[in-house]
Design a protein around this ligand. Structure first.
Ligand code: PLP
Length: 385
C-alpha cells in the first residue's frame, strides 16, 4: 500500500463535524468576502504568534509582496533572500521593480547564512548600484532562521526584515516566535502547509500599527484607512476612495472559518510532528548522510522532514518501489533558474548548489502512525545505493 506524503484526509476526519458546521454557518450568513470569521481568525492568529496584528490575504506569495509595496520598495533597491527556497520568496522582489540578491544557506539548518548575508550587504554597498532595503529570511522546512543574528544585521544596516514563515508558522526560537525579531512575518495556508486551509490563503503579521493599516488598505485596492479619512469628508464607502495603488488580496471567509477550526488543533499537531521527527531521527541515524539539525534553542513545526543522501535520486527511486513517496525540495536553487540568474549572487552559493543535489523529504504529517514510520525507516535503511 502506498503511504501518503501528507495525509489531509486523516486530519479532516478528526474535525469533520466542526468543519462542516463552520462552512454551513458562512453559507447561512453569506458574508463570503471579509465576513466576521476573517476578523475572528485574524485576532486568534495574532494572539497565537504573539503580535499585535494579523491580516489575512490571498496567499503566501502576496503576503510577501504586500509589505514590500507598503514600504515603497522599487527600482534600484536590493532585497536579500536565500536562493534555496520556494520560488515565491524571491519572485515578489522583481514584481516591485527591486532586485533580489541571493544569499547562501547554512549547511545544517538550510536557512540563510548570517555571515554571508552581512558580506553580501557590504559588497552591494561597495558596488554602489543598488540600495540595500530589505532582508527576507525563510523558516525553511519549518524551523526558524537565526533571527537574533539576522535582526542585528538588519539594524546595523537600517534594513527591514521579513520572516517568510510559510513553512515555519508556529516555530519558535528561545521561546519566541519570529515576530519578536522581524518587522513582518508572512505565512501561507496552502493546504499542504502545517497550518493549511482548503484552497489558497495567506497572512501578514506585524507589531507595527502603521504597516498593518497600510497593508489593510493595499489588500483592498488601496482603500482609504481611518487615518486617510481623518480630517476630510468622503460620504461614501471608504473602499471607493483609493489612496494608493493596491490589489485584491483577501482571505476568503470560508477559508477563515476552516482555519479557525484547524488552529484549535494546531498546537497538538505540532507536538505530534515533533514526536515523529524524533523517531525518524533515531531510526535513520547513520543510514543517511544527514538528518535534520534544528538551530539551538529552536523548535520546528516540521513542514518537511528532510534527509540527505549522496545518491538522492537512487534513494527516491528505491523508496518508490517500496510504496514510500518522497520529494526533492528544492532540486534547483533560484539563482540557477534562467529567469533569476541575472540577479546578484555575491560570493556565490556553493552550499545551496550542493544541497539541491542531496536533499530528500520523507512523508511527514501529524497522523503518521508508528507502524508506517517504521516502514519508511526500514525502506530508507534497505537502500544500498
Ligand atoms: C517558503 C515559501 N514562501 C512562500 C510561499 C508561497 O505561498 P503560497 O503558495 O500560499 O503563495 C511558499 C509556499 O508554497 C513557501 O514555501
Amino acid at each position: 500500500m502506498t503511504i501518503a506524503f501528507i495525509d489531509l484526509a486523516a486530519q479532516q476526519q478528526r474535525i469533520k463535524p466542526r468543519i462542516d458546521a463552520a462552512i454551513a454557518k458562512v453559507l447561512a450568513h453569506g458574508g463570503y468576502v471579509m465576513g466576521p470569521e476573517v476578523r475572528e481568525f485574524e485576532a486568534q492568529l495574532a494572539a497565537h504568534a504573539g503580535v499585535a496584528h494579523a491580516l489575512g490575504c490571498a496567499n503566501g506569495t502576496e503576503a510577501l509582496a504586500l509589505p514590500l509595496m507598503a514600504w515603497g520598495v522599487g527600482p534600484g533597491d536590493a532585497v536579500f533572500c536565500p536562493s534555496f527556497t520556494f520560488a515565491a520568496t524571491g519572485e515578489v522582489i522583481p514584481w516591485s521593480g527591486a532586485s533580489p540578491v541571493f544569499i547562501d544557506i547554512l549547511p545544517d539548518t538550510y536557512n540563510i547564512d548570517p555571515a554571508k548575508l552581512e558580506a553580501a550587504i557590504a559588497a552591494i554597498k561597495a558596488e554602489g548600484k543598488l540600495v540595500p532595503k530589505v532582508i527576507i529570511a525563510v523558516d525553511l522546512f519549518g524551523q526558524p532562521a537565526n533571527y537574533p543574528a539576522i535582526s542585528a544585521i538588519a539594524q546595523r544596516h537600517g534594513l527591514k526584515l521579513i520572516a517568510d514563515s510559510a513553512q515555519g508558522f508556529g516555530c519558535t526560537l528561545n521561546g519566541q516566535h519570529p515576530g519578536a525579531w522581524a518587522d513582518v512575518v508572512t505565512t501561507s495556508f496552502f493546504p499542504a502547509k502545517p497550518l493549511g486551509c482548503y484552497g489558497d490563503g495567506g497572512a501578514v503579521l506585524t507589531q507595527d500599527d502603521w504597516l498593518a493599516e497600510r497593508i489593510d488598505s493595499l489588500r483592498v485596492h488601496g482603500k482609504a484607512t481611518a487615518s486617510d479619512i481623518a480630517g476630510r469628508t468622503f460620504e461614501h464607502d471608504p473602499k471607493y476612495l483609493n489612496m494608493r495603488v493596491g490589489l485584491n488580496s483577501r482571505l476568503d471567509t470560508l477559508q477563515a472559518a476552516i482555519l479557525i477550526e484547524k488552529l484549535k488543533i494546531f498546537p497538538d499537531e505540532i507536538e505530534k510532528r515533533a514526536v515523529i521527527a524524533d523517531r525518524y531521527a533515531k531510526g535513520l541515524e547513520g543510514a543517511v548522510s544527514q538528518i535534520p539539525t534544528v538551530i539551538a534553542g529552536g523548535t520546528s513545526v516540521w513542514a518537511q522532514y528532510t534527509i540527505e543522501h549522496p545518491n538522492r535520486d537512487g534513494l527516491a527511486a528505491h523508496l518508490k518501489t517500496q510504496g514510500v513517496p518522497s520529494a526533492a525540495y528544492y532540486p534547483m536553487p533560484m539563482h540557477r533558474q534562467d529567469c533569476y540568474a541575472i540577479y546578484p549572487q555575491p560570493g556565490g552559493l556553493p552550499v545551496s548548489e550542493a544541497k539541491a543535489e542531496t536533499v530528500l523529504a520523507l512523508p511527514m504529517h501529524p497522523y503518521l502512525d508508528e507502524a508506517t514510520q517504521d516502514r519508511i525507516i526500514a525502506a530508507v535503511r534497505g537502500f544500498n545505493g
